[in-house]
Design a protein around this ligand. Structure first.
Ligand code: AMP
Ligand code: MG
Length: 447
């Protein structure tokens, strides 16, 4: 079995992709594997998502507004609707009186036209009555009543019922211009406006926007269904007992979290022993767009998955010129894409992130790019690599400088939890010298 984190020089790369069980005498370039992923992984068909379940999903079709929002001119403040032109000259020492003829409440409009010299008490969100074109805020108005003076100073509570007396009036102490404190019909959204582009990853406010134009569902890209298949006689299930020579399966939980992050849906988690029949049966199960196999991806006697994929479908790539994760494979099983991820957890993470995650993101309509924020930083301690392979080097940021982690074997998963992120060293470089600047992909956006 090939050791996934050995330090031997990389073998030559090859361009043909047919695979025989000949060990990794040659490996595909990372760029070739990425090109294969991009050619194979296309956005899935659309489906309908209820609004309540659509946040984070990817919009499949441009969203165009069917209605104006708001659908009518409305008050933007509590106050009095009137004709702006009639307020010219109003001031604290020159209050202008208007006949108070009624009230407009949200959802309960004033039901006739307003004549010159009249005003209507209005609440924020209420329709502006016909004939009026502005709102004087309540603080520049005082109601007067010739009989009972219960509306004397300012606006009454929202739930009051209004019984206008012929003698009710309101005095205005500030002028307003036409349109003042009025929300115009369509000022938020005009019917026909393009609201959200296809491919948009829906934010909470997008969900609100869709609701504001009256929608309760959206067309989204169907998320890829992913089956996880962990192979290994030595695997124990977290939460359960563990034999003396067993290890807990960390890859299944990690992969499930990665798939979810990338917008896929895990439909099944299988753990199978290293038997050809068991792996075959698990590979053949239907109902997944992507199958992620962890462990048994190399060229050893117990590594059944590669030859089974070649036998049952197509093994397009087996062995990639990178470290870790060189025993990575990928291919097709019928309609499903299958990724063979090495069992060593760091390799599993790395191979997922380079290839499988990219496929899942693309199928779900997301960007293929790394889902990690990038920063530029100076190398503090030498980052070692070798020409001919891509290195995924876990690094810590210490006083703003990039330092490779001392323990970085592919089996040391804790190296990825201690790391702040990673640096990808391309094939043509031997590494990065102290003082040079590199791009760090951060595991956590919070740094
Ligand atoms: P393999 O790729 O199957 O040759 O496994 C390489 C190494 O990864 C071995 O030490 C395995 O025990 C370990 N390994 C395989 N699968 C898992 C897993 N699901 N969780 C944690 N370690 C694993
Ligand atoms: Mg194994």
């Amino acid at each position: 079995m090939e050791n996934d984190h050995d330090m031997t020089p990389p073998p030559s790369t090859r361009r043909d992709s047919d695979v025989r069980m000949r060990g990794f005498a040659s490996r595909a370039l990372v760029a070739e594997a990425l090109a294969w992923v991009d050619a194979q992984a296309q956005p899935l068909e659309r489906e309908i998502a209820l609004l309540d379940a659509a946040c984070g999903r990817v919009l499949a079709a441009e969203l165009v507004a069917g209605i104006d929002v708001p659908g009518f001119d409305r008050a933007a403040m509590d106050g009095y609707a009137l004709r702006a032109a009639e307020t010219t000259g109003a001031g604290e020492y020159n209050p202008l009186a208007f006949r108070l003829v009624g009230e407009s409440l949200p959802g309960r409009p004033f039901d006739r036209d307003v004549d010159p010299g009249e005003a209507v008490r209005i609440m924020t969100g209420a329709p502006l009555p016909n004939g009026t074109d502005a709102v004087v805020p309540a603080e520049y108005a005082s109601e007067r009543s010739s009989t009972v003076d219960h509306h004397s100073s300012s606006i009454t509570p929202r739930l009051s019922t209004f019984n206008p007396r012929p003698s009710s009036s309101v005095e205005i102490t500030a002028p307003v211009s036409p349109g003042k404190h009025v929300g115009r019909r369509g000022e938020d959204i005009a019917a026909g406006a393009r609201l959200l582009a296809a491919g948009r990853r829906l934010r909470p406010q997008d969900i609100g926007l869709a609701a504001s134009v009256g929608l309760d569902r959206l067309e989204v890209v169907r998320p890829p269904r992913v089956r996880l298949l962990a192979t290994g006689n030595e695997l124990a299930v977290p939460g359960g007992p563990r034999g003396p020579h067993e290890i807990y399966d960390s890859n299944t939980s990690m992969l499930a979290a990665l798939v979810e992050r990338d917008g896929g849906g895990v439909v099944e988690r299988l753990r199978v022993e290293d038997s050809r029949d068991a792996v075959r049966a698990a590979l053949l199960a239907a109902g997944a767009d992507v199958v992620l196999v962890s462990g048994g991806s190399s060229v050893g006697a117990e590594d059944h998955a590669p030859s089974l994929v070649a036998e049952l479908g197509k093994l397009a790539i087996h062995g990639v010129a990178m470290r870790p994760s060189s025993p990575t494979g990928m291919g097709r099983l019928g309609e499903a894409l299958v990724f063979l991820l090495p069992g060593n957890p760091v390799s599993c993470l790395c191979a997922y992130d380079f290839f499988a995650g990219r496929a899942i993101r693309r199928m779900g309509g997301r960007s293929a790019d790394w889902p990690y924020p990038r920063i530029e930083a100076e190398v503090g301690r030498k980052i070692v690599s070798a020409i001919g392979r891509v290195d995924y080097c876990r690094v810590a940021l210490r006083e703003g400088k990039v330092e490779p982690l001392a323990v970085a074997g592919a089996s040391i998963l804790s190296s990825t939890t201690r790391a702040d992120g990673f640096v990808i060293v391309p094939e043509e470089r031997e590494g990065h010298a102290p003082g040079s600047r590199v791009t760090v992909l951060l595991y956590d956006a919070g740094l």
